[in-house]
Design a protein around this ligand. Structure first.
Ligand code: AMP
Ligand code: ZN
Length: 501
């Protein structure tokens, strides 16, 4: 069916002509993404109007996180920021797993408590997380601070027959949850009760090989251990996320996300525990992001083929470029890490930053050559870029297409600026668009290190004065300060000239 096409869109109350109808008309401005639960792209409708509750599985704080881990967390940050961009009020929870077998073993080897062992890694993680430009989730709970909540869920599961005790440990009874497998779609037919086909290496006796530990028995003096009505022990891995998500977000919440590898068994088990305990849907949408690879092998601690964030910054790479690289590919596609890719990202973020400085520094044209908003090719390009950006992000969070919209705008406005100055409305429109893009992507960086044309002129004047007074130290200092901000000075026969690097 043909749809009548408008010949304008509005900007600040003014009507603008539009040539790119095709782009306008493909937009529905409805966020959709791939729900692992339904294996299809779904429109996002939160349970409560205007409010979103989201849980993203956080790191195990037993070592420095590598940039593969951070691909998942940067994706989580984009998801977070885009939900806010769409106008929702968001509560976002990301846990810190501060107890597991590796942590217990490493702490024991050093003869310190698990808390003493994990605390520095939790801090390092958050430092790296911040340095990568991620916004902090509203709530960052730690597993060991939520043992009573885990005990409550396990007690309920014991009472309603979804869990049983064996050799002092407590197991989840998968036979009591017929929907087991609904997330990962792994078929367990023809399986495996007892017998040799074990898919879990727990050493204790279980009714069914698929059953997993909720609570592991520990001896009276063994650390770490917590008293519970069903005996002293420590929690299994999966129960912590059921406990912390439901505590802060309610029994049913909107969105649960994490890396691809968490789909099974971790998220499948979270569903079994939570829905087994409450009888209600646990999370409405499940999003899983793909791996970062290196030489086509998944980056992982166990394979030893990883770089931490700090490895790369020590080599002089900027956090902004690392972030750019990690978000340059849509989350459902694998990304292969290379140093050429990282160098490319470095020049891209520099170009973006320079573009913003250039637009900022441009003195708005006076009446001569000024372009009103109506009929402005710059503003029209801004409108198109914003619409393309939102359409791309709505379309299963396609950040690669969103970045293409940003880069196209930069190119078009650069072409315009090569010919004429921007009017102050045009300048505002471009800067406003950059602000909107960056509220989601966070790739333009902070503005502290930017310098405006007027400030540069002033510093150059000061430097001339210093030279006239034979204060060469001050003159050199000013030159270095400008150089650090990417400003190159040239002495010409017509006087001092400057340009941006
Ligand atoms: P962990 O600290 O092992 O619990 O992992 C933290 C997060 O990093 C989880 O969501 C994992 O799925 C994710 N992750 C681990 N390795 C990679 C990788 N190579 N690429 C992307 N995400 C990963
Ligand atoms: Zn989890």
């Amino acid at each position: 069916m043909d749809v009548a096409q408008p010949d304008f869109c509005e900007f600040r109350g003014e009507k603008l002509n539009f040539n790119h109808y095709d782009i306008l008309f493909r937009l529905n401005f409805m966020l959709s993404f791939y729900n692992t639960l339904s294996r299809s792209i779904e429109e996002f409708h939160p349970i409560e109007d205007g409010k979103v509750r989201m849980y993203i599985c956080g790191p195990t704080v037993w070592n420095f996180a590598h940039i593969g881990n951070f691909r998942t967390f940067v994706f989580g940050d984009i998801l977070r920021r885009y939900i806010k961009f769409k106008g929702y009020e968001l509560t976002h929870v990301m846990n810190l797993t501060d107890i597991d077998d590796r942590i217990i073993n490493e702490a024991a080897a050093r003869n310190i408590s698990i808390n003493e062992f994990t605390e520095p890694y939790a801090q390092y993680f958050l430092e790296d997380f911040d340095a990568l430009g991620n916004e902090r989730p509203e709530i960052i709970p730690r597993a060991t601070h939520h043992i009573p909540e885990m005990i409550d869920i396990i007690s309920t599961l014991l009472e309603n027959g979804h869990a049983y005790e064996s050799d002092g440990s407590i197991y989840y009874r998968i036979a009591a949850f017929p929907e087991y497998g609904k997330l990962s779609k792994i078929s367990f037919s023809g399986n495996i009760t007892g017998g040799s086909d074990r898919i879990d290496t727990d050493k204790y006796d279980k009714e069914d090989a698929r059953d997993f530990a909720l609570w592991k028995l520990v001896g009276e003096d063994e650390q770490p251990g917590w008293d519970a009505p069903f005996g002293r022990g420590r929690p299994g891995w999966h129960i912590e996320c059921s406990a912390m998500s439901m505590k802060y977000l309610g029994e049913t919440f909107d969105l649960h996300a994490g890396g691809q590898d968490l789909q099974f068994p971790h998220h499948e088990n979270e569903i079994a525990q939570s829905e087994g305990a409450t009888g209600k849907l646990f999370a409405k949408y499940w999003i899983h992001s793909e791996f970062l690879k290196i030489d086509d092998v998944t980056m992982s601690k166990s394979k030893g083929n990883f770089f931490t964030f700090r490895d790369l910054t020590k080599q002089g790479y900027s956090p902004l470029a690392i972030r750019y690289l990690l978000l340059s590919v849509p989350y459902r596609k694998q990304l292969n890490f290379t140093f050429e890719g990282l160098q490319g990202a470095e020049s891209t973020v520099e170009r973006l930053r320079n573009f913003r400085s250039l637009v900022k520094g441009r003195n708005p044209s006076g009446s001569e050559g000024a372009v009103s908003v109506e009929g402005s090719d710059a503003v029209e390009n801004v409108m198109i870029a914003l619409k393309r950006f939102e359409a791309a992000m709505d379309d299963d969070l396609n950040n690669a297409a969103a970045l293409a919209a940003v880069h196209d705008l930069v190119r078009e406005v650069n072409i315009i600026m090569a010919e004429r100055s921007l009017s102050s409305d045009e300048k505002d429109a471009v800067l406003d668009a950059i602000g909107k893009f960056d509220s989601v992507l966070g790739i333009f960086g902070t503005e502290d290190s930017e310098i405006l044309d007027a400030d540069i002129e002033k510093l150059i004047e000061d430097r001339q004065l210093a030279r006239a007074n034979r204060d060469f130290a001050r003159s050199d200092e000013i030159r270095d300060e400008l150089a650090a901000k990417g400003i190159i000075l040239e002495d010409t026969k017509d006087g001092m000239r400057w340009k941006r690097r």
